[in-house]
Design a protein around this ligand. Sequence first.
Ligand SMILES: [Mn+2]
Length: 279
Amino acid sequence: MQHKYLEGNLRLDTSIGLEDAKHLLLGVPFDGSSSFLPGSRFAPTRIREAFLESEHDQYGGDLWEVLCDAGNVSVAGGDVEETLRRVREVVSYLRSVNPEALLHVLGGEHLISLPLVEALKDEVDAVVCLDAHLDLRDRLNGVRLSHATVMRRIHELGKRVFYFYPRTFAEEEKKASEQLEGIESFTDIIVGNTEISSDNIYLSIDFDVLDPRVLPAVGNPHPGGITYEKLIDTIAALTEEKNVVAVDYTEYNPLADPNPAWAATCSQILIDTIRAQEK
Ligand SMILES: [Mn+2]
């Protein structure tokens, strides 16, 4: 990997190159704004390990032939703004090398969606957010750049934000979601009519959208939530009806995870998302 902010030591050794891949994998091992359980910085490596143990050809066609792993963004320690700048720079570089590939980004915490949408702002009309939370605060404890403010910052970029399955929010977030233009929430998806008015979407998957009985190892667990099957069906419906430009997978926390099954759940969601595109 050529870029100075890309670390390739832990990447998957797939058979296709960066320029020719249909799917690009990128890790952002950053959890610098976590307000409850830190540890999602270890997720990209754990999800890759689980990926190696999974079957890649069970649906016909081998993922190793369409996927290239670009490695991890080199995170700037405690410097949040510098880290976000590096993410933007790396994504712009990947776009210049391969403008066609679908980008799959492993967080890390949810704040990583901000520099990703910024880097892809000319390609993306709206962000579709699968999340227990709205992440619409203006500040969290006075902090502007946080996992709890990320969708507010993205909305300020002029992007619409569509939520599926949110189930907990602060009063400030509820008001913002009602008063700000271009924000909508859905409790279900209607296959054949996703009710989303934008065509080119950025899909943001916060793993805490899942019921903690399915995946408790997240930064901010909350009771309730959807099944694994519902999540996969939602991704499949969005894939069929929209042009998905990039997908992020955030908030899985290996430090809250004594159970290898949970990394496998995250890895399988990545595999199923790629598979939905390849159908
Ligand atoms: Mn969340």
